[in-house]
Design a protein around this ligand. Structure first.
Ligand SMILES: NC(=O)c1ccc[n+]([C@@H]2O[C@H](COP(=O)([O-])OP(=O)(O)OC[C@H]3O[C@@H](n4cnc5c(N)ncnc54)[C@H](OP(=O)(O)O)[C@@H]3O)[C@@H](O)[C@H]2O)c1
Length: 352
């Protein structure tokens, strides 16, 4: 048995026990009918891992069967990850067309002509001819210096404006026309903002990326996306336990410690992180968990191919909702804004 455990698939260089056949990973369907994996891997290292450590994890994740990767220029590791994609494709570990790679334009690159520049840089770094899905990372051009404290404010920051956003979106649409990206998406949106812009889009967003985990389920926004045939991707699916310290507040809930999550984890004899991911996939969003640890990223992919949660467990996890937003976005506030809640249009209108 021990011998079998250490058998390796020479072509893929991975222990067979760590290989999950991508064909066995359920798929979600984009508005065009194209299928994409129901789970992906995040690549933001929360300032805790080097770009190379994250790129090495991406290499391991490709070998073990991940096909969807959530990248972004601001994560500062696209060139290292691009080298991994190129090698995996050259070595025959994966075909380019079997990968679904996202990237995102950062807030300081929304201006006229800048979206194309940012996309070109990501294409070069990722060593791709096209990006499968390109996001507007945040819906306003509010830049903050990397690593700044949460109370830092940029005097040039501005509240959301439909005209400004649509000028950025037109550049995103042009990228599709030019064949540089296949789909475009929005991230960190709210229902009032979507109501204001969706009717103006020539090319609709295929995906909305938003924070979703058991203690922050975003039911209304999730349902709004489904009603508009837009796939939700859920970030921080495990509750981002290792997010940068500056993003932690005393009132934040720890998803893994919620009694609803812990009880299901105990019943299935798994880590609570696994419960969060099973819940995400069975609920319907695409989770993009991050880990550099092989045991964890392999387990995260494997768990959605086996031992599903019961409908009673899914029902009990609905009550894990605590309204706990972890990525509050304080650093994007504009002069005159009251608090981070202003970013999220809590009263149903766009905060100006
Ligand atoms: N669009 C946006 O604005 C936005 C914002 C935030 C994040 N994101 C994306 O979402 C991705 C995921 O978010 P995130 O990284 O903040 O949070 P997350 O995926 O909820 O949590 C990641 C943490 O969970 C731990 N973990 C992962 N699998 C585990 C397992 N099986 N058992 C125990 N612990 C486990 C990892 O620790 P170890 O490293 O110790 O395994 C890691 O530090 C990011 O990487 C990024 O791609 C997008």
């Amino acid at each position: 048995m021990a011998k079998f455990f250490w058998l390796t698939n020479k072509k893929e260089g991975v222990r067979m026990t760590n290989y999950i056949n991508p064909n066995k990973v359920p798929k979600k369907i984009l508005y065009t009918g194209e299928k994409i994996p129901c789970i992906g891997m995040g690549t933001f290292g929360s300032d805790r891992y080097t770009p190379q450590e994250i790129a090495d994890a991406v290499a391991g994740a490709i070998r073990c069967g991940y096909r969807l990767f959530d990248c972004a220029s601001v994560y500062g590791n696209e060139d290292q990850i691009g080298a991994i994609f190129a090698k995996a494709i050259a070595d025959g570990v994966v075909k380019r067309e079997d990968l679904f790679i996202t990237s995102k334009v950062w807030n300081n690159m929304h201006g006229r002509g800048d979206v194309l520049l940012s996309c070109a840089k990501s294409l070069k770094d990722l060593q791709l001819d096209n990006i499968d899905l390109y996001f507007v990372h945040w819906p306003f051009p509010n830049y903050h210096a990397p690593g700044c404290t949460v109370d830092s404010r940029n005097p040039d920051s501005k509240p959301f404006s439909v005209d400004r956003f649509m000028a950025t979106w037109r550049q995103m649409e042009n990228l599709v026309d030019m064949g540089l990206v296949r789909y475009i998406g929005m991230s960190n949106m709210t229902i009032p903002k979507l109501k204001a812009v969706l009717g103006l889009c020539r090319i609709k967003p295929a995906v909305i990326e938003m924070e979703i985990h058991p203690s922050f389920q975003q039911n209304e926004l999730y349902n709004y996306c489904i009603e508009h045939d837009i796939l939700p991707i859920g970030y921080c699916p495990i509750g981002s336990p290792n997010r940068p310290d500056r993003d932690k507040t005393e009132t934040d809930v720890i998803d893994a410690e919620l009694p609803e999550v812990a009880a299901v984890a105990k019943a299935h004899n798994v880590h609570p992180a696994i419960v969060c991911l099973k819940w995400a996939v069975q609920r319907g969003q695409i989770p993009i968990p991050f880990s550099v640890h092989e045991k964890n990223y392999v387990g995260n992919l494997r768990c959605i191919t086996e031992d599903p949660l019961t409908s009673a467990e899914m029902q009990s996890l609905r009550s894990a909702e605590r309204g706990c937003r972890l990525v509050k976005g304080q650093v994007f506030l504009w002069p005159g804004a009251d608090s981070w809640e202003d970013l999220w249009d809590l009263d149903g209108t766009i905060t100006k």
